[in-house]
Ligand binder design. Structure first.
Ligand code: HEC
Ligand code: HEC
Ligand code: HEC
Ligand code: HEC
Ligand code: HEC
Length: 446
C-alpha cells in the first residue's frame, strides 16, 4: 500500500491532467469491447476446466502461458489499481477488455470493481473460449473480436470428429496475424498507440512471406487434438512462448517447466546478434569501440509489446587485466536499476545509455510511466531485421595493464525493479527476469 501511495504522489507531482475528461458514473463505453449492456452471459462461458477433460495437452500448455496469467498477474492488478485511482474508479474496464473478454462483456467488470470480487471465469484470463468462440474480426486493435454465442468451437482441423460435445465451425481467420492483432495492438482512449506488434508485423519481412505470429509463437507438433480423436499432424503449441517465463509457475511440474523454459530459450536465441570491434589506439589515448546490434526477428520490432514496461538495452564494458573498469554503460546502480531518469541512486548517471525500449511524455513535457497520462510515445525499437551501429569512447590510461577486455551484451528485462517497488510489489522482485539476447567479447593488447 505504501508503494501505491508513493505512486499516487508521483502521479500527482509529474502528471498533467488526463487528456480526456473523467467519464460519468456509467463508465466508459465502447460498443464492441466495453459495452454498456452485457453482450455475453457469463453462465454460458465455459471454464478452462471444462475443456481440460478432453484437451489435456492444450490445457496444460496454456496453463503455463501468459494468457493464463493475464488477470492474476500482480503487476497488471497494481497498474489497473493505479488507473482506477487516477480516474476515480471509472476507467477500470479499459485495461481489462483484452485481459478478460468474458469479464468485461458480461459486465462482471463494472466501474470500481475489485479483482477479489470477480467470479472464477474472468480470473482465468485469456481462456480457450476467448479465442475459440471468436466469430469474426471486427477491428485490428482493442479486443476487436465479435464473440459467438452458439456454443460451437472454431478451429481448422480437417474433418473434426462429430462426437465432440460442442459443435465445430471452420475458422481460417484463427491462423492469421490479424487474429492475434485484435488484442496485440493497443490504442489508448485518447488515441495514443501503446503496443503495436501487429502493425510492426504488417510492415515486416514475415508479412511479405506469409509467416504469421503462430508460426513463431505456436510451433507445430503431431498428436491427437482431443482424447480419443485420430492422430493428427501440424497441431499448434498452446504455450504461447514469448519473453516471459511460465506464467502459472505454481501449477507446473518440474518437467513441464523445464520443457517450457527450453521452448522459450530456443525462441529468444533467434532474436538478436551483437558484435564488438575496437578502433586503432594506444595507451594514453581514446579508443573508439564500435558495437553492431541486429534485430534478427523477421516478424516485428525488438522489443515489442509492452515496450514501455520492458527494458531492452546495450551493456558495454572495458576492463583492464587488473580488473579495473575503464568504461561502462548499461550497468546497474545498487538497486539493480539502470542509471537512467528513474534511478533513485544515480538519476541520469549513464549519459551513453542505449535503450531500445519506449518512453511516455505527458502534456507538460515531463516523462511519465503511465499511458493514460501520456500525450507522446517515444520509440527506439529495432525494426524487424534492422542493424544499427553505435560508437563508444574509452579513455585508455597511459600505464594501462593490458590486455583490455571489451564486452557488449544486448539485455532484455521483464520489468524495471524501480517500477516493481513503486507498485508496492517488493515480494515480486525475484520474479523479474533478465535475459541476454546476444553477447560479444574481444581483447585488445597494449
Ligand atoms: C488491446 C488489448 C489490451 C489492452 C486494452 C490492455 N492490455 Fe495489457 N497486455 C495486452 C497484451 C496483448 C499484452 C502482452 C504484451 C507483452 O507481453 O509484451 C499485455 C501485457 C500487459 C502487461 C505485462 C504482463 C507481462 O507480460 O509481464 C501488463 C502489466 C499489462 N498488460 C497491463 C495493462 C494495463 C495497466 C492496461 C490499461 C492501461 C492494459 N494492460 C490494457 C493486451 C492489452
Ligand atoms: C490466444 C488464442 C488461443 C487460446 C487462448 C487457445 N487457443 Fe486453441 N488454438 C488457437 C489457434 C490459433 C489454434 C490453431 C488454429 C489453426 O491451426 O488454424 C488453436 C488450435 C486448437 C485446437 C486444434 C488442435 C491444435 O491443438 O492445434 C484445439 C483442440 C484447441 N486449440 C483447444 C484449445 C483449448 C482447450 C484451449 C484452452 C486450454 C485453447 N485452445 C486456448 C488459439 C488459441
Ligand atoms: C468431451 C470431450 C470434449 C470436451 C469437454 C471439449 N472438447 Fe473440444 N473437441 C473434442 C473432440 C472429440 C474434438 C474433435 C477432435 C478431432 O477431430 O481430432 C474437438 C475439437 C475441438 C476443436 C477443433 C475444432 C475445429 O473445427 O478444428 C476446438 C478448437 C475445441 N475442440 C475446443 C474446445 C474447447 C475450447 C473446449 C472447452 C470449452 C472443448 N473443446 C471441450 C472433444 C471435447
Ligand atoms: C519470425 C518469428 C516471429 C514472428 C512472425 C512473430 N514473433 Fe513475436 N517474438 C519473436 C521472438 C524471437 C520474440 C522474443 C524477443 C522479444 O521478446 O522481443 C518475440 C516476442 C514477442 C512478444 C513478447 C514481447 C515482450 O517483450 O513482452 C509478443 C507479445 C509477441 N512476440 C507477439 C507477436 C505477435 C502478436 C505476432 C504477430 C503479429 C508475432 N509476435 C510475430 C518472434 C516472432
Ligand atoms: C483476447 C485477447 C488476445 C488474443 C486474441 C491473443 N492474445 Fe496473446 N496475450 C494477450 C494478453 C492480455 C497477454 C498478456 C498477458 C499477461 O502477461 O498479463 C498476451 C500475451 C501473449 C504472449 C506472451 C508474451 C510474453 O511477454 O511472454 C504471447 C507470445 C502471445 N500473447 C501470443 C499470441 C498469439 C500468437 C496470438 C494469436 C494466435 C494471441 N496471442 C492472441 C491477449 C490476447
Amino acid at each position: 500500500m505504501r508503494g501505491l501511495l508513493a505512486l499516487l504522489v508521483l502521479t500527482a507531482c509529474t502528471a498533467a491532467p488526463p487528456a480526456q475528461p473523467v467519464p460519468d458514473a456509467g463508465g466508459i463505453v465502447d460498443p464492441l469491447s466495453m459495452p454498456a449492456q452485457a453482450t455475453v452471459n457469463l453462465a454460458d462461458v465455459p471454464s478452462v476446466e471444462t475443456c481440460k477433460a478432453c484437451h489435456p495437452r492444450q490445457a496444460a500448455d496454456w496453463a503455463g502461458s501468459r494468457h493464463a496469467y493475464a488477470v492474476r498477474d500482480p503487476v497488471f492488478q497494481a497498474l489497473v489499481g493505479a488507473r482506477h485511482a487516477a480516474f476515480a474508479g471509472q476507467q477500470d474496464k479499459f485495461c481489462v477488455q483484452c485481459h478478460t473478454i468474458a469479464g468485461v462483456r458480461s459486465l462482471a467488470v463494472v466501474p470500481g470493481f475489485q479483482f477479489s470480487d470477480l467470479p472464477a471465469v474472468p480470473m482465468e484470463g485469456v481462456t480457450c473460449w476467448s479465442c475459440h468462440a471468436a466469430a469474426s474480426i471486427a477491428r485490428l486493435h482493442n479486443a476487436g473480436l465479435n464473440m459467438a454465442n452458439d456454443g460451437a468451437m472454431r478451429g481448422n482441423l480437417v474433418q473434426p470428429l462429430a462426437n465432440s460435445p460442442h459443435g465445430t465451425v471452420a475458422a481460417p481467420f484463427l491462423q492469421s496475424a490479424e487474429f492475434c492483432g485484435t488484442c496485440h495492438e493497443i490504442v489508448e482512449l485518447h488515441g495514443l498507440p501503446l503496443e503495436r506488434p501487429y502493425s510492426e508485423w504488417a510492415d515486416s519481412p514475415s508479412a511479405r512471406v506469409g509467416q504469421s505470429c503462430a508460426d513463431c509463437h505456436m510451433p507445430k507438433y503431431d498428436d491427437v487434438a482431443a482424447l480419443g480423436g485420430p492422430p493428427r499432424t501440424g497441431l499448434r503449441s498452446h504455450r504461447f512462448v514469448g519473453l516471459d517465463p511460465p506464467g502459472a509457475r505454481e501449477a507446473a511440474t518440474a518437467d513441464e517447466r523445464a520443457a517450457w523454459v527450453a521452448d522459450r530459450d530456443a525462441l529468444l536465441a533467434t532474436a538478436a546478434a551483437v558484435s564488438i570491434a575496437p578502433g586503432p589506439t594506444h595507451a594514453g589515448d581514446t579508443m573508439t569501440v564500435t558495437v553492431n546490434v541486429t534485430n534478427r526477428i523477421a516478424g516485428h520490432s525488438l522489443p515489442t509489446g509492452s515496450t514501455f514496461i520492458r527494458q531492452c538495452w546495450l551493456e558495454v564494458r572495458a576492463v583492464d587485466s587488473a580488473g579495473k573498469v575503464l568504461y561502462e554503460t548499461g550497468t546497474f546502480d545498487a538497486n539493480d536499476d539502470l542509471r537512467d531518469r528513474w534511478s533513485a541512486l544515480a538519476p541520469y548517471g549513464d549519459p551513453d545509455l542505449v535503450s531500445f525500449s519506449s518512453a511516455f511524455v505527458d502534456g507538460s513535457g515531463q516523462p511519465t510511466l503511465f499511458p493514460w497520462l501520456a500525450v507522446e510515445h517515444h520509440r527506439n525499437q529495432l525494426r524487424a531485421g534492422e542493424q544499427r551501429t553505435y560508437s563508444f569512447f574509452v579513455q585508455v590510461p597511459a600505464g594501462v595493464t593490458g590486455p583490455v577486455q571489451l564486452t557488449a551484451r544486448l539485455r532484455l528485462r521483464t520489468y524495471p525493479p524501480f517500477l516493481v517497488r513503486l507498485l508496492g510489489l517488493d515480494a515480486a522482485l525475484p520474479t523479474v527476469l533478465l535475459t541476454d539476447l546476444a553477447t560479444a567479447a574481444t581483447a585488445v593488447s597494449f
